[in-house]
Design a protein around this ligand. Structure first.
Ligand code: UDP
Length: 334
């Protein structure tokens, strides 16, 4: 039996592929390498380069990998500000890509999918911590594209019996403890890797987007999970469906919120670097506070995150950064 990981060369995908291989699963990876890195894929996984919007390509892979026990789907764009300026890019790759994928799954009789959803589907929450049943009213096209994907999968379950688990990620950070794989985005937009670029002297200073939010210090509050803990949740979700449970959605977070200024302080301690920062205007589309109620994933999936200290999470990202100053160095940049 094979697990097919879509977007398995990306940040979260590559850590999940690595964990699957470590746990003895047979793994095939599909990735178009637009944002992913070939070198991030565990060499024990078979690799197919192609796009999930390409139906003929999916038919070819699903024809070759004939014993597929489930799909884990990470192959989506995920940058909030980019989605604000180019929403159709998001509805095309994320939403339309999901429709092509589900049609192919239906025709090849593949009945399980674990899907990367996001806290961005909730938008500006009415209450903290956010529970899975709370209203989903996205404030940006990225969140909207993922919410539409959740709905499309739901109706595909009703009609075709394709079982799903939607995992709604809060903020993900860190790297494999040995520093062999990690986060490498071009351009980088996420807070912790940007802070570490400043710590490494690659960037002049951090801009803190928005200091007038209704939070403890005026900056946005987010809930951080270590990427390997997140990866493990996907494997638990697959096993959950395999044991006959029904489709469901789970938040993946730590249930603890850190403001952007607190993250900066933790990174200063984790790296021992001064990390200069300045206040800057709000970034469009940012909800003020996102903290997960994640007891459902712990109770129902048996998820037990290993990292509960944000400084330790940052240290693993710093370890990757120091050992790979140019990331995977596969973008032809100096
Ligand atoms: N952020 C910031 N400066 C940066 C990048 C991000 O102040 O250079 C803030 C961003 O506005 C948000 C938080 O850091 O409040 C987390 O943003 P990120 O893009 O890492 O993740 P998101 O919460 O959007 O998924």
């Amino acid at each position: 039996m094979t697990v097919v990981v879509l977007g398995g060369a990306g940040y979260i995908g590559s850590h999940t592929v690595d964990r699957l291989v470590e746990k003895g699963y047979d793994v095939a990876v599909i990735d178009n390498l637009i944002t992913g890195h070939r070198a991030a894929v565990n060499p024990k996984a078979r690799f197919y380069q192609g796009d999930i919007r390409d139906r003929a390509f999916l038919d070819e892979v699903f024809g070759q990998e004939t014993d597929i026990e489930g799909i884990i789907h990470f192959a989506a764009f995920s940058i909030v500000p980019e989605s604000m300026s180019d929403p159709l890019k998001y509805f095309d790759n994320n939403t339309s890509g999901m429709i092509t994928l589900l049609k192919a799954m239906k025709d090849h009789n593949i009945k399980r999918i674990i899907f990367s959803s996001t806290a961005a589907t909730y938008g500006e929450p009415k209450q903290i911590p956010i529970k899975e049943k709370d209203p989903q009213i996205p404030t940006n096209p990225y969140g909207e594209s993922k919410l539409s994907m959740e709905k499309i999968i739901h109706w595909s379950d009703v009609a075709y019996g394709i079982k799903f688990v939607a995992l709604r990620y809060f903020n993900v950070a860190g790297a494999k403890a040995d520093g062999s794989i990690g986060e490498d985005h071009h351009p980088e937009t996420h807070l912790i890797p940007i802070i570490l670029q400043v710590a490494a002297g690659e960037r002049k200073g951090l801009k803190i987007f928005g200091t007038d939010y209704p939070t403890k210090d005026g900056t946005n509050v987010r809930d951080y999970v270590h990427v390997v803990d997140l990866a493990d949740a996907h494997i638990l979700a697959l096993e959950y469906l395999k044991s006959g449970h029904d489709s469901d959605a789970f938040n993946l977070g730590s249930s603890t919120g850190f403001s952007n200024k607190e993250i900066l302080e933790a990174a200063r301690e984790a790296t021992g670097q001064p990390i200069p920062a300045e206040d800057a205007p709000r970034r469009a589309g940012d909800p003020s506070t996102l903290i997960a109620a994640s007891d459902k994933a712990r109770k129902v999936l048996g998820w037990k995150p290993q990292y509960d200290d944000v400084k330790e999470i940052i240290k693993t990202a710093w370890n990757w950064k120091k050992s790979h100053p140019k990331g995977y160095n596969d973008r032809g940049e100096a």
